[in-house]
Design a protein around this ligand. Sequence first.
Ligand SMILES: Cc1cc2nc3c(=O)[nH]c(=O)nc-3n(C[C@H](O)[C@H](O)[C@H](O)COP(=O)(O)OP(=O)(O)OC[C@H]3O[C@@H](n4cnc5c(N)ncnc54)[C@H](O)[C@@H]3O)c2cc1C
Length: 373
Amino acid sequence: MDRIVIIGAGIGGVQAASSLADQYCVTLINGEDETPYYRMRIEELLGSAGPESIAIHPDDWYCGKGIRLIHGRAVRIEDHQVYMETGESIPFEKAVIATGAEPRILPLKGNRDDIIAIRRIDDVLVLKEKLEGGARSMTIIGGGLLGLEAAAAVREHFDVRMTVLETADFILPNQLDAKTSGYIQSLLAEKGIEIVTGARAEEASDDSVILSDGRAFPSDILCISAGVIPDISLASASGIKTGRGIIVDNHLSTSMPDVFAIGDAVELDGRTFGLAMHAREMGSYVASEIRGAGEGYKPSDVMTQLKVAGISLAVFGSKEGNRHEIAAGNGKAVIFEKGETITGIILVEAKQLLAKAKGAIGKSLESFLASVN
Ligand SMILES: Cc1cc2nc3c(=O)[nH]c(=O)nc-3n(C[C@H](O)[C@H](O)[C@H](O)COP(=O)(O)OP(=O)(O)OC[C@H]3O[C@@H](n4cnc5c(N)ncnc54)[C@H](O)[C@@H]3O)c2cc1C
């Protein structure tokens, strides 16, 4: 039976292992102490949930499936062997690198050494300890989806002054237009989250963050949420070609024969990924590739349905043309129209219109309005 070694037991690695276990002898290397878990649910641990509640599978599931789950860090791949930090080497016929990503850390003046970036269970536990220890203010640098989600998760459980600093002129510029973004900002304000836009953090002192324009915000806790960087360290140490991520072709093959890479760690056609849905689908795809049934991986379109701090958002098409807004239940639909056809729709707290909005791109505004009235 061919031996497969998967390095990294995040969502991608576990998906690949579970898809291959029936036919191959699979070793899954878990670089973290906990049973592999759903990374996107770690903020649930700010409440009463324990780490076991976010495990992808219970511990004994791996054994039951015949997957050898080992803890430790891989340091190098060479001659069909994975070398571990301990000196152990694990032979393979095929290997999959699923090492994920690391948070991007911004250079700030000052010598503050307790800045948090939320990526692992440990990060959330440190944050929780500070919150329970009486912290009264928290600042998050970065008003993207993860920063806003973290702000909302903390506010749900702790009564701290919460400030989110965003360098752009409005939050979620990739997803929203300025006006809709302003509306979301007002909904977040109702949840006790103050957003400061056009804010470039420059310095971090022990208890505050100072912007380039001199404004200061109290920050008993300082968190950075400025995106992620693919973890290419194992690939680079093994002489595998890397760019921003581990370079793969559309079969998810790396430059080293019989070694594939998946998930947040990879760069495919100049693009990197940072979503669980892509890690999971690459995990399934690489299994079909190893079985000899791969027909080329095509990433699914980015999901257009999001939940931002408990507010439901759905984004379809582009933001070109004239802007129209209609009330929809407790929320609203924002419609963009160019040359008599709809180019894009944003639904805020208006899930009931999802199916209709999906089919409306390229059709006339009148027909969409008639369908929703
Ligand atoms: C707070 C938070 C919320 C998120 N919310 C969402 C969301 O709502 N929707 C969404 O789609 N995505 C979300 N994401 C992103 C999503 O979690 C990632 O896209 C996904 O986890 C990537 O999976 P992966 O398997 O590629 O890597 P990871 O989950 O990062 O797993 C990689 C694993 O490999 C290990 N590793 C690295 N190097 C080595 C080595 N040398 N040896 C052994 N092990 C190693 C790492 O320690 C890690 O355990 C969120 C992320 C965070 C942090």
